[in-house]
Structure formats: structure tokens, C-alpha cells
Write a protein that binds this ligand. Sequence first.
Ligand SMILES: [Zn+2]
Length: 282
Amino acid sequence: MSDTLHTLTDTPVNCNLEIAKNNILVPGRILNKLRLGAFQRNTRFGNCHRRVHTKYLGMTSETNKPFTLSKSSTIEDFEAANKASTDQLKVSKPEILEISGKGQSPHTLWIGCSDSRVNECTVLGCVPGEIFTVRNIGNVVTTGDLACISAIQFAIESLKVKRVVVCGHTDCGGMWGALSSNKANGPLDNWLLPVRNVRLEHLDELDAITDGPQKNAKLSELNVLHSVEVVRRHPSFVKAHRESGVEVYGLLYDVKTGYLKQVSSAGEAARKIEEVFDLGGK
Ligand SMILES: [Zn+2]
């Protein structure tokens, strides 16, 4: 059975759909009323041969369960998934889209990894309008990355976020790359150079860890701390920290447990940065 345009049934469907208060009962399936729009979009009432994209109806196909879309999804699948998701948001948080339409005032800048398992809104349960985001492979922050340092400036100076979060995670592909002696033979090698340098700085500590996933997690922590230090040197952060108490935090997300933990730099290292970059006063 395909995991894409999954066929609810290609055999004649009983046209007598039993509509309950909140659910629509289709032979063998129950559709939540909130998802009816997507259902209607992908079925042809009056024609008993109906093909239904089941995934974004919350009834993911057997082969791609429990995901919403798949590698074979079409752009129409994306449109339908968007409609179903938005319709759900309108019910659960009916004021959000009206607020979004008037502008944004996020409270947090999130700098995270591009990894598909570590979406900031999913991790925190936040809704649109709360978090300004930069994501790249390995949540790397360097002064040479215009995209990231510009985002930091914009988030702090224009959006007036109150905190910056740098979030790494366990089982990070960027960390695996930096721990490997194999080259990616492309720009990825250059991109991961800062992470490889972090590994070099802490080589003895990392080499003492024999368990691969634990070593990955440790490098991820160290890399988060390195990125936090770069944020702390950013001119916009230095000024905002001194004047209005904007803070930066390092976090590590465990992809197995789903929980975050705080990653703190050694006191001496933080003290030196504060001394050199005048971060002590407000
Ligand atoms: Zn990652």
C-alpha cells in the first residue's frame, strides 16, 4: 500500500455516511469534524469511488504512520495539510491569526538545529508569534554567518526579544559529522569547521567518552556553549544585556525523551567574557 495518495478504499464506498455530532463515520474510519474540510477536498461526493489523502486527516497511512506528510506527498497534499492545520488552530486558538495579522512581537530568539525532530514550537508548545527563529545544521553561531548575526541584531534591536536561546540536541547529524574523519566533500565541511574546532578544543574530554551517542551529546553541549559565547559577544546583545537585561541561555534537547535541559558554561569562562565584553552592568 502506497504511503502517498493513500486510498481510503478503491472499492465502492457506502454513500450513506453516518454523521455524528463531532465525527463522521466512514466505513472503517472515523473523521473528526475539524478535518472535514480536507476530507471534502479530497473526495468527490456523489461518486462512490473516492480517493482520500488519509495522512493529514490524522489517519496516516500504514507505511508513514504517524507522520502527516511523506516524501511522496504532492503540493496539493501540502495545501490540504495546511488547511486542516489552520482550521484546527482557528478552533483551538481563535485569536491567534487576528493577532498575527497585526504584526509580531516575539518574546524569544531561538537559535536551533535544522533537525526535523527539534522544532521549537513543538518542543515548547508555542503558537505563531512567540518565537523568532534561526535554524541551521548544528545550531552554529559564528560572526561570519551574516544570516545569523543579522537575525540576532533584528530580534534584539527591532523585535525587542527578552532572551536568546541556543538549543542543541542529542543525536545531532552535525555533531556526527564533526566527530567523523570522513569528509562530506562539499560546503558542509566548511560549515562544520567551527564544530570541529570545538571538538579539537575538548579532544581529551571527548575521547574519554567511549559511547558514541554520549560523545555526540557531549559535543552538542560544548557546541551550544560555544554558540552562546558568540551571542554574548554580539554588539546588539552586549548593549541590550547591559541596558535591559536581555539574557542568553544554552539548552540541550533529548530527541528520545522530548525534554530540554539547561547547559551552563563554566563560571570562570562566563566571568572572563563578562569582564572583556562589559556584560556585568545594566
Ligand atoms: Zn542537529
